[in-house]
Structures are given as structure tokens and as C-alpha cells.
Design a protein around this ligand. Structure first.
Ligand code: HEC
Ligand code: HEC
Length: 338
């Protein structure tokens, strides 16, 4: 991730630090999804040549910190991006890749756009621009940033960005581990968890603790860097039951999101996406922070969900493979490799 992003985000965090986070209703915290970030400057990339496993390319910390390039470690794995993805425009939006990566997957606090329907991408940016899509945590710096982008991006740039992101392959990134304990974490910089080596483990419970396996690799924009989501024992099976039963109107999630939950028509995919992001969206929609006509069909499915249900549902969704299995040379089914 370019340090230009670090600096933009730090400035937003400082500017907004006067307002506190939204007050949760009694019994609800969702602090594992709306992670309260310390308001502190974000670090720069270390100086000198930098590498990530499997890439022959080198970027220097100086290049990254200057912020005028978007790192692209595996240019052969995706089509050539249009300018809006990789270049900030004067008086225009920041480069989409700065926050969503050139592969569309996003960092930890930003959603994966790879393979989402183009019409959905356009419509969501229009919702941010119109003010109908906001965050329940009303001063969430990350949401504030995409709202600024949405106000500055031209319709033509947006159409190009949507066409690019929607054509990208959906890559697996998440591993869901059910356990009573998870490694110790602390919130880092911008609302992400980072591992705290040496500290005693924490209890899981009715929440999902999502953490980059290697925070530095993630920060460098390595699209192959993995993320582990720790959930309570039984969460995946309980989540599966809720997803299959559907909302209080009895309509299963698959009726609109597709049989494999990998998206259908213009309805977005849920399979193999970030548990923390999906949890925020379910709560944003349930509470009306993400509102407007486009999201009406999601009101019944979210109305009955409490925090523990949301943790179960998103543990299940994150555990699903994001893409169709590709037939391997031996004829046996194999998931599309990262
Ligand atoms: C400075 C960071 C930043 C930049 C630059 C940025 N985004 Fe985002 N984007 C975000 C964040 C953060 C969210 C999630 C907001 C939330 O969780 O409330 C988001 C959400 C989205 C979503 C909604 C995804 C979904 O699944 O509903 C779309 C679509 C999107 N961005 C498109 C774009 C496009 C197109 C560009 C470039 C023109 C762009 N973004 C540039 C930070 C950014
Ligand atoms: C009647 C159709 C319908 C059903 C049933 C439905 N959804 Fe949705 N869902 C949608 C639509 C349409 C959107 C996109 C909303 C928008 O455009 O803002 C959406 C969006 C979402 C999002 C936000 C995704 C993103 O990228 O930001 C999540 C999360 C979600 N649904 C989860 C669920 C879950 C979990 C269930 C079952 C409990 C469910 N949905 C059932 C139609 C449905």
C-alpha cells in the first residue's frame, strides 16, 4: 500500500478524531467489525529494495513512499488497468488501486471488488456520492474516503473502473479457523487487527477476529497475502443454517445471491469475502446507514439478525470458495489457485 494512502488516511483519522464512534445499542458492540483504530500517523515503507514471495519485481520503499506509483507485483495475472485504477488525477479521485489493490482485492479495511458485477460497482459509487450509502459508525474514516472518491470520479472513469474490476478473477484469501481461542491482536492504524506476538491468546466468542497472516506483506500490496478469520466453534455450521433458512420472510440468501453465493445478475457475491466487511454491511443495512431503493430487498433478510447471528453468517460466507472449481489436468476438481 502506498504511503500516500497511509498519509491520506492518517489525515482523515486526525480530522475526524473529535467525534467519537457511534454508540452501540445495549448488548451490541460489533467492535470486531468496526475496529476502533488508534489515531496515530501511519508508518512508511522501509527504505531500500522490497520483494514479496513469488514475484521477480522489486519496488523500493522510497518509490512506494513517494506515492506516485501503485505497486503491481504480478502484472501478468490481470489485464492492463486503465488510468483511473493506477493514477490519481489532479482535482480528481485518488487511484482506485491505492485502496482496492490493482487486483481489486482490497486491503483488510477495504472491500474486494474483483469480479463484482460492473452495474453494481457503478451503482454503489453513485450511492456513496448521493449520501444514501454511509457507515453506521458515522465518522468511519475509510467510508469517508470512498465518499470523497465518489464525488470526484467522472462517469467515464467510473465506467472504466467498473469494467476493469468486474473482469478480474476472484482469488481466495480467507481461511476461517474455529477455535475457543485466537492469537492476541491489537487494532492497527486504520481499523485493522494486527497480531501481537508473545501476548496471551484471546477468547473468540460471538465475533470473528480477522487478521492478516503477515501484516507487512499485506501492507506492501501483495495480492497473495492470506488472512485468517478466527471464529467460535460451531460458527460455520450455525451460519450455514441461517443462510439457508434466510430472513424472517423465509427467503434464503441464495435466492438472490446465487446458489453458490458467488453472485447472480447484478447482485454481489458473498462467498469468500472478508468477514469483517460483510458484518459491517449487514449492520449498516439493518440500521439504515446504507439505505436507498437499491438495498430494499436486503431489509427483510437482515431485520432479525443480532450480533451473534451476524458473526455466524459471516464466518460461513468467508469460509466458502469465492470462485468455481477449475478442472485440473488430472480431471479432478481443484479450486482456482491463488
Ligand atoms: C482512499 C481509499 C479508497 C479509494 C482511493 C477508493 N476506494 Fe472504494 N472503497 C473504499 C472503502 C474503505 C470502501 C468500503 C466503505 C465501507 O466499508 O463503508 C470502499 C467501497 C467501494 C465499493 C463498494 C463495494 C461493495 O462491495 O459494495 C465500490 C464499488 C468502490 N469502493 C469502488 C471504487 C472505485 C471505482 C474507486 C476508484 C475510482 C475507488 N473505490 C477508490 C476505499 C477507497
Ligand atoms: C430478495 C433478494 C435478496 C435476499 C434474499 C438477500 N439479499 Fe443480500 N443483497 C441483495 C441485493 C440486491 C444487494 C445489493 C444491494 C445494493 O445494491 O445496495 C445485496 C447486498 C448484500 C450485502 C452487501 C454486499 C456488498 O458487497 O457490500 C450483503 C453482505 C448481503 N447482501 C448479505 C445477504 C445475506 C447474508 C442474506 C441472507 C440472510 C441476503 N443477503 C439475502 C439482495 C438480497
Amino acid at each position: 500500500m502506498s504511503s500516500r494512502l497511509f498519509l491520506t488516511l492518517a489525515a482523515a483519522a486526525v480530522a475526524l478524531s473529535a467525534c467519537g464512534p457511534a454508540k452501540a445499542p445495549a448488548g451490541v458492540s460489533l467492535s470486531w467489525a468496526y475496529i476502533d483504530a488508534p489515531k496515530q500517523p501511519l508508518p512508511e515503507a522501509p527504505p531500500g529494495p522490497l520483494h514479496v514471495p513469488g514475484s521477480k519485481l522489486t519496488f523500493t520503499g522510497e518509490q512506494i513512499n513517494k506515492g506516485d506509483i501503485q505497486v503491481d507485483w504480478f502484472p501478468d495475472e490481470h489485464p492492463k488497468p486503465p488510468a483511473v485504477i493506477v493514477q490519481a488525477r489532479k482535482d480528481g479521485p485518488d487511484a482506485c488501486a491505492e485502496c482496492h489493490m490493482v487486483t481489486g482485492q482490497g486491503y483488510i479495511g477495504t472491500p474486494n471488488l474483483a469480479g463484482l458485477p460492473a452495474a453494481y460497482i457503478v451503482q454503489q459509487v453513485e450511492e456513496f456520492r448521493s449520501g444514501r450509502r454511509a457507515s453506521w459508525e458515522h465518522d468511519r474514516p475509510a467510508t469517508h474516503e470512498i465518499i470523497e472518491v465518489a464525488k470526484k470520479v467522472s462517469d467515464e472513469e467510473l465506467a472504466q473502473a467498473a469494467a476493469y474490476f468486474s473482469a478480474l478473477p476472484k482469488l481466495p484469501r480467507y481461511r476461517v479457523v474455529e477455535a475457543t481461542q485466537a492469537p492476541a491482536t491489537h487494532p492497527n492504524y486504520y481499523g485493522w487487527f494486527e497480531l501481537t506476538p508473545g501476548a496471551p491468546p484471546q477468547l473468540t466468542g460471538p465475533r470473528v477476529i480477522e487478521v492478516a497472516d503477515d501484516f507487512d506483506r499485506m501492507m506492501l500490496g501483495d495480492p497473495h497475502a492470506g488472512v485468517t478469520a478466527y471464529a467460535a466453534p460451531g460458527a460455520i455450521a450455525r451460519g450455514e443454517a441461517l443462510v439457508k433458512a434466510g430472513g424472517h420472510n423465509g427467503q434464503p440468501c441464495a435466492a438472490c445471491h446465487g446458489a453458490d453465493l458467488r453472485g447472480m445478475g447484478d447482485t454481489p457475491a458473498l462467498a469468500g469475502r472478508s468477514a469483517a466487511y460483510l458484518a459491517r454491511m449487514l449492520w449498516d443495512i439493518k440500521t439504515g446507514a446504507r439505505a436507498g431503493p437499491a438495498v430494499t430487498s436486503m431489509q427483510a433478510p437482515t431485520a432479525h439478525l443480532n450480533e451473534a447471528d451476524i458473526a455466524d453468517v459471516v464466518a460461513y460466507l468467508a469460509s466458502l470458495p469465492p470462485a468455481r472449481p477449475a478442472p485440473s489436468a488430472s480431471g479432478a476438481d481443484k479450486e482456482v489457485a491463488p
